[in-house]
Design a protein around this ligand. Structure first.
Ligand SMILES: [Fe+2]
Ligand SMILES: [Fe+2]
Length: 179
C-alpha cells in the first residue's frame, strides 16, 4: 500500500510549517495581532481537527479495526487527539478571559509536534505494512470525501480553488508569511 498515507504526511508538513512560523513570531514578540491568532485557531479547528484528525479518525483508524495490535496504536492516537482538543479549549478559554492564550498555544503546539512525530516515525509505517493495496485505495477515496466535506462546510475555498488541496488554499497564506 503506497500513496494514501502520503496525503496525511503532506498535511503534517503543512501543520509543522504553520507551527514553525507561529514559534518564530511568538519568540520575536509577546504580543501577536488578534487577527493572526484568530486565523491560527481557525487553522487548528478546521485544517487540523476537522480535516486532518477527521481523516485519521473517520478513515485511517477505522481501517485498522481488523488488526488488533494496530488498532491499539490507533486508540492511543485517538486519545491523544482528545487530549489535544482539551489543550485547544484551554487556549480559547484563556482568550475569553482576556489573556493572550500564547502560553496555552505553545503547550498545544509542542504536544501536537510529538504526536505527529510518533505517527510519521512509527505508526504510519506499520499501518502501511499491514494494510493491503485495496484498503489503500479505499482510504484515498475516503480522505478526498472528508476533505471536500470540510471545505464545503467551512466555505474556505475561493471559486478558483476548486482543484486545490485543502493544504494549498489561500485561506492559510497569512499563517505562512515569514517574519
Ligand atoms: Fe493524529
Ligand atoms: Fe496526523
Amino acid at each position: 500500500m503506497t500513496g494514501a498515507l502520503d496525503v496525511l504526511r503532506d498535511e503534517h508538513r503543512r501543520i509543522l510549517e504553520v507551527f514553525d512560523r507561529f514559534e518564530q513570531r511568538s519568540a520575536a514578540s509577546e504580543v501577536l495581532p488578534p487577527e493572526y491568532l484568530d486565523e491560527l485557531l481557525a487553522f487548528v479547528h478546521i485544517f487540523i481537527d476537522a480535516n486532518h484528525h477527521g481523516k485519521e479518525e473517520r478513515a485511517l483508524f477505522r481501517a485498522t479495526e481488523a488488526h488488533p495490535w494496530l488498532n491499539g496504536f490507533a486508540l492511543l492516537l485517538n486519545e491523544q487527539h482528545e487530549e489535544g482538543r482539551g489543550l485547544v479549549r484551554a487556549v480559547v478559554c484563556a482568550r475569553e478571559r482576556g489573556q493572550s492564550g500564547l502560553a496555552e498555544l505553545r503547550t498545544f503546539v509542542a504536544y501536537l509536534r510529538e504526536h505527529i512525530a510518533r505517527e510519521n516515525e512509527a505508526v504510519f509505517v506499520s499501518i502501511e505494512q499491514a494494510l493491503d493495496d485495496l484498503s489503500g485505495s479505499d482510504l484515498a477515496a475516503r480522505f478526498a470525501e472528508i476533505e471536500r466535506e470540510v471545505i464545503e462546510r467551512w466555505k474556505i475555498a475561493e471559486p478558483d480553488e476548486e482543484h486545490r488541496s485543502i493544504a494549498d488554499l489561500r485561506r492559510w497564506d497569512a499563517l505562512l508569511v515569514r517574519v
